[in-house]
Design a binder for this molecule. Structure first.
Ligand code: GLY
Length: 389
């Protein structure tokens, strides 16, 4: 990770605060310009366009930003909007077309439920977890991606926590075991010994046999799509908080060390670590934002057993945020740009959202900034949700 600049916390904090204010302004404008609309990626800095979605997976990020802002500010406006936009997503609890129900519900109904303890919200979370579990192939012991029965995506590691949550909330050991089996299959097939990851695993869905690594959004089957590695690092970290299984923690640490090693020259990775130098080697700010947020949580899990790893991960998270909170990435110096963070990449090959704002980048950036500010004590005066689980 380049330099030690990110250790100079005093310099970073005002920019993190400015970033939160800017994010609030941008989300508020998006609500005003495009009411009840869930953005996925910008085109030329504009959220609403005719570009293909590929898959409809991002509702929880827009609404999730409203929950973070509601929690930070205590403003009724944000709380009202957070509930309103979350409600618009409620029917997705039955959606069997996507593997993204964790992204949708863990960032919306989970904070809402934590805030209220409302049984109805808990049931939505349980249903969403059970719906996602229907993607399980018992022969291959994996949750299939939205794309095909033979396909497992690394992204699913960020969604499997909702199955663990549903299992815990309904005291269902078999459901917990199903989720754990998916994690073991992912680890065995597409997490490599050096901690890097393939985007996709291809199986024989009849026999369950693992056939090969593959990719949709990465450069090649055997390359490391940087966002995929960030999904794995954050996903296994969150899974560990449900399983307490040291194997999950060890995978997350392997992922984290692989990510940080590859980011030694620039804290914000290219969209695939293996893209050769040249015009196609463009950054994916969203991969940096996801990794920063995941590294921050991972540091908390390691703090007692491995304090030097914890400080490495915290340093890494701060270095990424330090880089992102600059004119190179922040849209605050680009008039008319509707997103917060520029220079994300959705799908390079399909030419969707390339060098644009992407909704998950917005969310995980705000989430990471919020975590670091909270840890600094800056937010002490803000009301916090009671942690019920
Ligand atoms: N489909 C999830 C992603 O683009 O990362």
């Amino acid at each position: 990770m380049a330099g030690n600049r990110a250790d100079s916390v005093g310099d970073l904090m005002p920019r993190l605060e400015r970033a939160v204010d800017f994010a609030a302004d941008q989300v508020r404008r998006t609500i005003e310009r495009h009411p009840n609309f869930f953005p996925i990626y910008t085109e030329g800095g504009r959220w609403k366009h005719r570009g293909e979605l590929w898959t409809d997976w991002c509702g929880g990020f827009h609404a999730g930003m409203m929950w973070i802002l509601a929690e930070r500010t205590g403003e009724k406006f944000w709380r009202w909007m957070a509930e309103h936009y979350s409600r618009l997503l409620e029917n997705r609890q039955h959606d069997r077309e996507v593997h993204d129900l964790g992204f949708i519900f863990l960032n919306t109904y989970l904070p809402w439920y934590r805030h209220t303890g409302d049984e109805r919200l808990r049931q939505v979370l349980i249903t969403a977890g059970r719906t996602l579990a229907m993607r399980f192939n018992p022969r291959g012991q994996y949750l299939r991606s939205f794309l095909a029965p033979e396909s497992l995506f690394i992204d699913i590691m960020m969604n499997v926590p909702i199955i663990f949550l549903a299992a815990r909330e309904s005291d269902d050991e078999a459901l917990h075991e199903l989720a754990a089996a998916h994690c073991r299959t992912t680890e065995r097939t597409i997490v490599r010994p050096d901690g890097s990851t393939a985007h996709e695993g291809i199986f024989n869905p009849e026999t369950g046999e693992f056939l090969r690594e593959s990719t949709q959004q990465g450069l090649r089957a055997d390359s490391t799509w940087s966002r995929g590695l960030a999904w794995s690092l954050y996903g296994f970290t969150t899974v560990y908080s449900y399983t307490n299984d040291p194997v999950d923690l060890a995978v997350a640490q392997r992922n984290a060390d692989a990510f940080l090693t590859r980011c030694q020259n620039d804290p914000v990775p290219p969209w695939d670590f293996d893209v050769p130098e040249g015009p196609d080697r463009i950054p994916d700010s969203s991969a940096g934002a996801i990794a920063a947020s995941g590294l921050w949580d991972l540091a908390a899990h390691c703090a007692t057993e491995d304090p030097s790893a914890a400080s490495r991960y915290r340093r890494g998270a701060r270095a990424i945020l330090d880089a992102l909170c600059s004119d190179r990435f922040m849209a605050w110096s680009t008039p008319g740009w509707e997103g917060v963070l520029r220079r994300g990449v959705y799908h390079f090959h399909k030419k969707l959202g390339v060098d644009e704002s992407v909704m998950w980048g917005e969310f995980f950036f705000l989430q990471a900034v919020d975590k670091v500010l909270r840890a600094s004590g800056e937010t002490a005066e803000y009301p916090r949700l009671s942690e019920r689980s």
